[in-house]
Design a protein around this ligand. Sequence first.
Ligand code: HEM
Length: 390
Amino acid sequence: MTDIFSDANRRDPYPLYDAMRSGSPVLQVPPPFNAWLVFDYDGVKRVLSDYDTFSSQVPAPKNWFIFFDPPRHTKLRGLISKAFTPRMIVTLEQRIRQLSAQLLDQAVGHGEMDLADDYATPLPMMVISEMIGIPAADWPTFTRWSDAILKLSLSRSGEVGAAEAMSAFGTATAEMTAYLADMIAQRRALPQDDLLTRLIEAEVDGEHLDPVDILGFFQLLIVGGQETTTNLINNALVCLFDNPDQLAHLKARPELIPSAIEEVLRYRSPLQWMMRTPKHDVELHGRLIPTGALVLAMIGSANRDPKQFRDPARFDITRDPNPHIAFGHGIHSCLGAALARLEGRIALSDLLARLKDLRPASTEPWEPRKALHVHGPIHLPVRFQPSNHC
Ligand code: HEM
């Protein structure tokens, strides 16, 4: 059987998705992966949103509310939404622009950079750290924890490295717990204008978040807020380099940047799948998926379903409507979508405005990122005309 996780397939999973979707859109993958994959738009939407049938309680860190079902999920999402508001995200815009400008200032004179390492990775890390309220001096420690958390998702279960990843995650969690306890104490004594303070103060029906929930959310933000946004930025450039007509069109009409970002989210979705597990045996497209099985809702494939998108293999920055589900669907849909969109738009606009004649520096096929559910390159070497800072 084809290795759906080979580098070539992870770089370009779309022919495989097309074959699956047009055959039986539900595929059972045997152990060691041992999962049921759902490939069509309607099926994926159902798996993501029908929480009475498909539970989010998959084997995963215990205190991340993304893996909770109602009613606990509803309560936590309500509390977190009080702190994580659209207004708060709008206030971040100026700061994101400054951070983006700082990163580009360091690069513009060189005429080349690794867009992934030098821009698309640090930018979301800095934004999320600032938003949480982590002082810049602690960012290297934060990066180390974040690596440990990300590595958890790198290994297929049973594979060499899985045990080490688990142990590194345990160490990072212990360090973060201590760090966070200290920060919570500081914020209680002296509230700040940051997310942590608002999380501590958030209240629904007299209930607050406890430190374990805050730690879980903190970890979830690290994963949810960084790797995904890094891939959105990298993938935007991959898509535009692969489609020079669209790059030229966007340069001529930068007002299309928001629409281009939506198309990147659809065309190369940063998260290719989300996990669920049936609470009872369920039939989907004529296949019986047993209780407790691992189901992967293949978002990346759903977003290329010809029943939903005209000419789905065409990257079209003017596509309208574009009802992609890159941010999920239903009660778990992404809380950070507005922030991710904002970062993506600022990044693309700054990169095109400041790096003249931006082009790929390598013709080698890009190496996919390690985490299997994530889509995008580890490195993205680019060239451009060197220029002065301003
Ligand atoms: C391009 C970037 C991003 C993509 C593609 C993305 C994608 C997703 C998806 C598909 C889900 C649904 C999970 C499910 O159904 O099980 C989700 C949930 C979530 N995302 Fe994002 N995300 C992105 C950026 C962010 C950012 C920047 C943040 C925070 C700063 C964030 C925070 C969250 C949280 C907290 C949830 C859980 C919501 C819940 O379970 O109720 N995400 N995201």
